[in-house]
Design a protein around this ligand. Structure first.
Ligand code: ADE
Ligand code: ZN
Length: 326
């Protein structure tokens, strides 16, 4: 290789990735056409111009609206295959993928259609893309606790396909404790547990996710830095945080990437991973987030390698498989 050949991306695991957030404008238009749906945007560029967000809710409004093009098993398989192809280019070797079943069942798309479609792509992922995969089923926290329980029961026939449950959507006003019952059921069923907490919501929601839901990882968690005791707890227990730098900037959780608390979080001894959240909307996939923090925060090679190593440490892998990655 010539001295100027670009370095291949670091091998990494992606642990915070909403599959619906990988829906690129090109696929929105292709699926709308295939399903006979008319879109309120004339062109892909016109759609892209709508990707300007003021907070989490302004993003969620577009995210849920565009999902309407996802109707059939093929649609979900195509979505996941498109993600996996891009992830491979970004050095992703293992992906733990969120999906939001309620956003589909509420539109009349059956649970089985969603899971079978995603599973079809994931089943071939090791062979086709060299990526091992897990599925994480998220509950929408701005829906009721009863709806989460119904969703869990609807997913029971498919639990062998699901590794963990998660909690996402509009955070403020919807504390983790609202979902104590469904998390207890998930744990009884042998599933791992994660939850978005401390993205827009307060550090108190991170405490609840740990102490009431008993989560194995915190998604985002950047607001933990407001609470020294919480940081000490997260460090002592080495609870992984799946941080999403480009997402934080686009959703105005952080004003500027140069002000991101990531370096302080690493210095504090937190087990930090870097992830892409909703890459079609936030301007970058997994390695793009690594590049962005390297450039904006001046992280050196050692720090980047630590982040990549952390991603495998924090993954839901058996120890034998983990040893093949780290
Ligand atoms: N759903 C998709 N992306 C999300 C995010 N960043 N926070 C909460 N819910 C989400
Ligand atoms: Zn997220």
């Amino acid at each position: 290789t010539s001295p100027s050949a670009p370095k291949p991306p670091l091998p990494k695991a992606e642990l915070h990735l909403h599959i619906e957030g990988t829906l690129e404008p090109g696929l929105v238009f292709a699926l709308a056409e295939r399903n006979g749906i008319s879109l309120p945007y004339a062109t892909e560029d016109a759609l892209r111009r709508a990707y300007s967000f003021t907070d989490l809710q302004s993003f969620l409004d577009l995210y849920y609206a565009l999902m309407d093009v996802l109707r059939t098993e093929d649609d979900f398989a195509d979505l996941a295959n498109a993600y996996l192809a891009r992830a491979r280019e970004q050095g992703v070797r293992h992906a733990e993928i969120f999906f939001d079943p309620q956003a589909h069942t509420a539109r009349g798309v059956p649970m089985g259609t969603v899971i079978r479609g995603l599973a079809r792509a994931l089943d071939g992922a090791q062979e086709t893309y060299g990526i091992s995969t897990r599925l994480i089923m998220c509950f929408l926290r701005d829906e009721s606790a009863a709806s989460a329980l119904e969703t869990f029961e609807a997913a029971r026939p498919y639990l062998d396909r699901i590794t963990a449950v998660g909690l996402d959507s509009a955070e403020v006003g919807h504390p983790p404790s609202k979902f104590a019952e469904v998390y207890a059921l998930a744990r009884e069923a042998g599933l791992k547990c994660v939850a978005h907490a401390g993205e827009e919501g307060p550090a108190a929601y991170v405490w609840e996710a740990l102490d009431v839901l008993g989560v194995d990882r915190i998604d985002h968690g950047v607001r933990c830095m407001d609470d020294e005791r919480l940081v000490a707890r997260l460090v002592a227990d080495q609870v992984p945080l799946t941080v999403c730098p480009l997402s934080n900037v686009r959703l105005r959780v952080i004003d500027d990437l140069a002000d991101h608390p990531l370096p302080a979080m690493l210095d504090a001894g937190l087990l930090i991973t870097v992830n892409s959240d909703d890459p079609a909307y936030f301007g970058g996939y997994a390695d793009d987030n690594f590049t962005a923090v390297r450039e904006a925060l001046g992280l050196d090679e050692e720090a980047l390698r630590r982040l990549a190593r952390n991603s495998f440490r924090a993954a839901f892998l058996d120890e034998e498989t983990r040893a093949t990655y780290v």
